[in-house]
Write a protein that binds this ligand. Structure first.
Ligand code: PHE
Length: 434
């Protein structure tokens, strides 16, 4: 095939890059709260079963599709069947839409790092955060700054950009996460926080919880939009897909749990109600940090942690569409990065203004930011995942063979792929749209 196409220099580099792509805001600001609210340890067990026996399947398939065809998502679908090419474009559309809201959060993170580094700390973060967002320029500039910081890595290429970034940022990320977790569990009342997250509560076991676990698993593993396919396309031929996918799942889950071990002891030791998302990260936690021992270093480390998680995920998002321009349209990498960044900037600006200037501009009753989040998480990702399962399970069986191997466990996964998993994702799409 294409001799000049880059490959990961080592298996470790691939693992760090794919873990970097998967570990993002989803792990830090969503998973711990979902787990705490949905029955603690009971939810964790259910989540582990779902991720190991359901979501691992499309993850293996995506990596295998990339590894077999060694191309971008559009070309992969086209190679499977020219009729399927349109679905490749749907993946690229998803890969363009997610950064348009994800990078707005990246901009806020940069802003908060600056606040704490310069010791410019507001007295009320709730007031500060809404003032920040009602400014017509600042959120846009911050988003663009985050876009530029992230785009530098795909611009420099697979080995000297993406690989290097992950090789440096992921070990640092792990080190800072463990350091913060040790700090958090030594706080007074840390036990209460850990109880909120881990205490098993069977009463909270509902059908909704299953859907919630499925949605979270897809988003956190970045399945259904070609990111893993793209990273898989740079794999060496001897890579074992199944082993790599489960290693990735193990670390993604471990990091999500550790994030909770950092967050909830801090929240509970200050007698604050647990929350999630932007409120948790940009209002509740910073407000708490200010009154804690080692406030500035703790806050800076926490926001650096978020920054690394967001950048490494952002890189995988940009690389998916960049790879399509490079492989499918034969555009030079540097030019491709500039084109994709310009398109992202165009849609990210209205999304950055969704909390201020454009707060009243609604699509289906949602701000532009919320609409992008909703349509990608509830429709585009599950739809892309269902499609991959149908192709691997029924249409192009060589993909499943590459993904699962021929051992007994591989056979179990293949059975689930054909008869169980597509039904599950069809249900996810159905309920997500209702
Ligand atoms: N997995 C990332 C997270 O958990 C988000 C993401 C989704 C990245 C889809 C790429 C593709 O935050």
């Amino acid at each position: 095939m294409n001799k000049t196409r880059p490959e990961w220099t080592s298996h470790l580099s691939f693992m760090l890059a794919s873990i970097g792509g998967a570990v993002g805001l989803g792990n830090i600001w969503r998973f711990p709260y979902i787990m705490g609210k949905n029955g603690g340890a009971v939810f964790l067990v259910l989540y582990l079963i779902i991720i190991a026996f359901i979501c691992a399947i499309p993850l293996c398939l995506e990596l295998a599709m990339g590894k077999i065809y060694k191309k971008d998502p559009v070309s992969v679908y086209e190679a499977i069947s020219p009729k399927l090419k349109i679905f490749g474009f749907a993946s690229i559309l998803t890969a363009i839409l997610i950064p348009c809201f994800y990078f707005v959060v990246g901009g806020w993170i940069l802003n908060y790092i600056w606040l704490f580094l310069t010791n410019n700390i507001p007295s009320d973060f709730s007031v500060y955060f809404s003032a920040l967002n009602s400014n017509p320029y600042v959120p846009c500039l911050l988003t663009l700054l985050f876009l530029i910081v992230t785009a530098i890595f795909p611009y420099r290429g697979i080995n000297s950009g993406i690989e290097k970034a992950n090789n440096i940022m992921m070990p640092l990320f792990a080190f800072m996460l463990v350091a913060l977790a040790i700090y958090a569990v030594t706080l007074p009342n840390a036990k209460e926080g850990l109880e909120f997250m881990f205490n098993p509560n069977f009463e909270k076991f509902t059908a909704d919880m299953v859907l919630c676990a499925l949605g979270q698993a897809l988003f956190t593993l970045s399945i259904g939009m070609g990111a893993m396919m793209t990273y898989g396309s740079y794999l060496k031929p001897e890579t074992n897909i199944k082993k790599s996918a489960y290693t990735l799942i193990f670390f993604d889950t471990l990091i999500a749990i550790l994030a909770g071990v950092v967050i909830f002891p801090i929240v509970f030791s200050n007698g604050i109600e647990p929350t999630a998302g932007a409120t948790l990260v940009f209002i509740s936690l910073p407000q708490i940090f200010v009154n804690m021992p080692f406030a500035i270093p703790v806050a800076v480390i926490f926001f650096l942690l978020l920054l690394f998680a967001a950048i490494t995920s952002g890189i995988s998002l940009l690389e998916t569409s960049v790879c399509c321009l490079v492989d499918h349209y034969k555009i030079k990498r540097k030019k491709a990065v500039v084109i994709i960044s310009a398109i992202t900037a165009l849609f990210a600006v209205p999304s950055a203004l969704s909390f201020g200037l454009l707060a009243d501009f609604k699509i289906f009753d949602k701000t532009f930011f919320d609409f992008l989040d909703y349509i990608t998480s509830n429709f585009l990702l599950p739809f892309g995942t269902l499609l991959i399962c149908l192709i691997g399970g029924w249409y192009s069986r060589n993909i499943a063979k590459e993904a699962f191997g021929t051992d007994l466990f591989g056979k179990v996964l293949d059975f689930l792929l054909r008869f169980v998993v597509p039904v599950v994702f069809a249900l996810v799409i159905y309920t997500g749209l209702n």
